[in-house]
Every structure is written in C-alpha cells, then in structure tokens.
Ligand binder design. Structure first.
Ligand code: G3I
Length: 469
C-alpha cells in the first residue's frame, strides 16, 4: 500500500484537538479510577485489548520480546500468516513461522489476530498468475485451509484485506481476485466462517478513517449490504496508518460509531503515526479516545514494537524508540486508556444477522433512542469463595430495550447469571447482559438481573453501566 502525503503538519494538532473534544462528549464513562501501568492492563480496564504486530524473526531479540510480552495482549503476525508465507506452492502449506508466533502468544497468555486470508498483495507467485474460476477456487481453498489450521486459536481474522480503491471513485480495487467476480469477498467470508465458526471475521482496510471519504463510504455500504443479506461479517478493521499527508481525522469517532451501528465490532488494527514529540503524542491520544468512545471498538493494535521494527522506520511511527524506551506517544496512549471511556460491548462471535434497512442513507447515523437508563449495583449474599450481585436497571423516559455491561476485576469470574441474557468478551471479565423478556420499560420503571462472582481472593465490586435503545 502507499500512504498519501497531502496536507501539511499544521492540520495535525487541529485534527487531534477535534478528537479530544469528541471524546469528552462520551456519555457513558468508566470512572477514571483505573491506573493500569502497561498498555494491556490499562486497556483491559474498559474490557479492551491492546496489541502489536510481531515479526517471528525478532522474537529472539530480548528487548523486543520483553516489551511485547509486558505491554501487549493481542498479537498479529506481521507477515507470517499471509498468502505467500502460508501457501508458497499451490496446495503445499507452510505454517512454521505463523505457528511460531501463535505458540509464543499462547505461551505468554495472549490472543491472536489473524492477518490476512485473502489479499491482492503478497500473493505467492503461482497465484499471481492465475485468473477466473481457477483463481476463485484457489483463493477459497486457501481461506479454508489456513482458517482450519488455526481454528480455535484466532480471536479475529482479517478475512479480506484492502479490497477498495483509493481516491474518490468508491470502487473496488482492480485485482486478479476482483476480476473473478464482485462476490469474491463474501465468498471468502463464507469459507472462513465454515472453517472457523468461532473466530470473528473482519474486513480490514486503510484510508477508511475519515467518514467523508469515498473509500470509507464504499466500505460502509458493503458492510451494510453484507449485514442485510446475512453474509457472515463480524468486524471491520481500520488499519490507521497515519502521517502528515494523511493525519488522524477529526471525525474518526463518527466513522467508528457509524460502522458499529451496522452491528459489527470495530478494531484499530495496524496503528502507526509518523512524527515525533507532542504532535505525535496528541494524535495517538486522539485515536485511543475515538476507540474508547465507541462501545463496540474492542481493541487497538499498533503495527510493531519499536520505531526500528516498523515497516517505515524512518518515520519513527511507534510507541518505543529504537532502544526500547517509552516515547511521549506511549505516555499519552497509556494516559488516554487510563482516563477511561465506554466499557466495551462486543457483539457475539457468530451473530444471527438482523435485518437492516437497505434504503438508509449511508451518511445518516442510525436513529437515536428517546429514553436512557441507569444501572445500579447492589450486594447480595457472600460466601467464602463467591458473592452474589444484583443490577437494577431504571428507565429514564420510555425505552424499548437495554444493554448492561458488568466488568469484574481479574481474577474474578462470573459463574452464574439469572433474569438476563449474558455474553462475554474474550477476556472473560466483561459481561454484556441483554434482557430476557424484561427489555421494555416505561419511564421510572425498573427491572433487575443477578449473577454470582467467584472472587478468587479479590473482593472489588463489579462496575456496571447501561445503554438504552
Ligand atoms: O524476509 C525477507 C528477507 O529475507 C529479504 O532479504 C528481504 C529483501 O526484500 O525481504 C524480506 O521480506 C520483506 C518482509 O516485509 C519482511 O521484512 C518483504 O520484502 C516486504 O515486502 C515485507 O513488507 C511487509 C509489507 O506489509 C508487505 O506488503 C511489511 O513488513 C509489513 O509491515 C506490511 O504490512 C502491511 C499489512 O500487511 C497490510 N496493511 C499495510 C501494512 C503496511 O504496508
């Protein structure tokens, strides 16, 4: 990919400032009492992950691997799971480097984002020379084989990467895969779902950060179409490669929120921002705040550990300098994570697609609800190893439904629930509870649900939030 270099640095501070203001408007905030001392701990306070791309060849570098282990809890293979790496000859798969990264991640208690099953770039030579139905079948075979190999070990897959053109056309990118037919993307998603039903399936792209850009709108339309037709898509990845010509847009939170409103998780998947000092730090802060302002933004991944590990090292775009020291950008990210935001409420791994209105104007955010709700926690019975809690939901104005997020402190675990329908994020510490026949409430009316927490030595009460719809 190429990153455009238009605009000038003066736009950067303004863009970051817009993001700061936007994030201040977040209605449902986690109290700013958390103080994680690493990126992963700070992100986990709101139920999110903080990840990095890893190169297998660098894992023997002690500085590199110790920073990676300390700071991050989601790992993406920078190149090792791509098509050229995993299927160098047709039908002959090589998972050695990818397995090395997965094994390191698992040994160190980290999750893995898979990157990437189908892409116009980094295809093996044999595939570059194929076309038509033979290429379509080869691509589907590849998706099936790779997703099957890693079944159960990958939190989310970038199923299709970078399939839209840059610029104002809003068109698909021309490629050998695109020329097999416009349905190649959904075919890849269906093959991935069949191979690994529990992985979240993402579409991943760059230059899709600015809500008003044609490429962003084109991807949005595709995702909306997929959701309306039941194509199995769970998430959208925003690569987020920024520089002075392509700064963090002031409407970033709008982009994330509008995609999330389609019923998908959103993730920042390859974050790096060229620059240095305060300007770079402010932009990183803005991206983190944008993610934290959206409850379905489930995590952030930076594209490498130290500046010298970056695919564009001369732009010093990462959070650690070449010696492994924390940069100003690191501190701003940590502080932004610790300042809190929405508690994450990811969708289910394999959602039943709900109908969406295909006539909705893609530039119009979905309608907001009238009433709001509050959630209040109250203590229940306590035993030596566990305690009960009750959450009371109160409607302020009429509401048709509600969603409550209960966050328990690790190593606590929720072991039972009642009068609500729960789902959990990947960490197991964030429980999203939806109504179980007790959704519609008139203004002032209350309902409640309960749960049992195995405390494992930690007696901190859970934090609870509520969103009405
Ligand atoms: O490993 C070989 C080495 O043996 C050889 O001597 C050397 C000479 O060219 O090449 C090395 O491979 C390089 C590889 O990175 C590992 O360093 C490839 O040439 C080079 O093309 C490859 O670049 C990667 C790039 O994707 C390829 O498109 C970058 O590391 C990687 O950071 C970058 O990642 C992409 C994402 O996948 C998608 N989004 C954009 C992002 C940045 O371009």
């Amino acid at each position: 990919m190429t990153i455009p270099r238009r605009g000038h640095p003066g736009r950067l501070a303004a863009a970051a400032g817009g993001l700061v203001a936007a994030a201040l408007a977040v209605a449902l905030a986690v109290p700013a009492t958390a103080a994680g001392s690493t990126l992963q701990a700070a992100a986990a306070e709101s139920g999110r992950y903080f990840g990095t791309a890893i190169a297998a060849s660098r894992l023997n570098d002690g500085t590199y691997s110790s920073i990676a282990n300390r700071e991050f809890n989601m790992i993406t293979a920078e190149n090792e799971m791509k098509m050229d790496a995993t299927e160098p000859q047709r039908g002959q798969f090589n998972f050695s480097s990818g397995d090395q990264i997965v094994s390191w991640a698992r040994q160190n208690g980290k999750k893995v984002r898979g990157h990437a099953l189908a892409w116009h770039s980094q295809q093996p030579g044999w595939m570059q020379n194929m076309s038509g139905s033979a290429l379509r079948q080869a691509m589907l075979d590849h998706v099936t084989q790779v997703a099957t190999h890693y079944r159960g070990q990958v939190y989310a897959w970038d199923v299709v990467n970078e399939a839209f053109a840059d610029g104002s056309s809003g068109a698909r990118r021309d490629s050998n895969l695109q020329r097999t037919g416009n349905d190649w993307i959904e075919a890849a998603f269906r093959a991935a779902r069949a191979a690994d039903p529990n992985a979240k399936l993402c579409y991943n792209d760059y230059n899709t950060d600015n809500w008003s850009h044609a490429k962003t709108q084109a991807v949005y339309s595709m995702v909306r179409d997929f959701k309306s037709r039941g194509v199995p898509i769970d998430c959208v990845g925003f690569q987020a490669h920024f520089n002075s010509g392509n700064p963090v847009p002031s409407n970033y939170h709008t982009t994330l929120q509008n995609f999330a409103a389609l019923g998908v998780d959103v993730q920042i998947t390859e974050l790096d921002i060229e620059g240095s000092g305060t300007s770079q730090a402010q932009q990183y802060q803005g991206v983190v705040q944008a993610c934290l302002s959206e409850a379905r933004c489930t995590g952030i991944t930076v594209w490498g550990v130290r500046d010298t590990d970056s695919w564009r090292a001369s732009g010093t775009p990462l959070l650690f300098d070449g010696s492994g020291n924390k940069k100003a950008a690191y501190t701003s990210v940590l502080n932004a994570l610790n300042a809190g935001g929405t508690s994450v409420t990811p969708g289910p791994t394999n959602p039943t697609p709900g109908p969406t209105n295909p006539t909705t104007n893609p530039t119009t955010p979905p309608p907001t609800t009238g009433g709001s709700c509050t959630a209040t926690y109250s203590e229940g019975q306590k035993w030596g190893d566990r305690f009960n809690g009750t959450v009371t939901i109160r409607a302020n104005g009429n509401i048709s439904s509600w969603t409550s997020v209960v966050t328990v402190r690790s190593p606590q675990k929720v072991i039972a629930t009642w009068n609500g329908s729960p789902s959990w994020d990947w960490s197991g510490n964030v429980m999203t509870v939806r109504p179980s026949g007790n959704g519609a409430l008139a203004s002032g009316q209350t309902t409640s649900f309960g749960f049992t927490v195995q405390h494992n030595g930690t007696w901190t009460w859970p934090s609870v939030t509520c969103v009405a719809s």
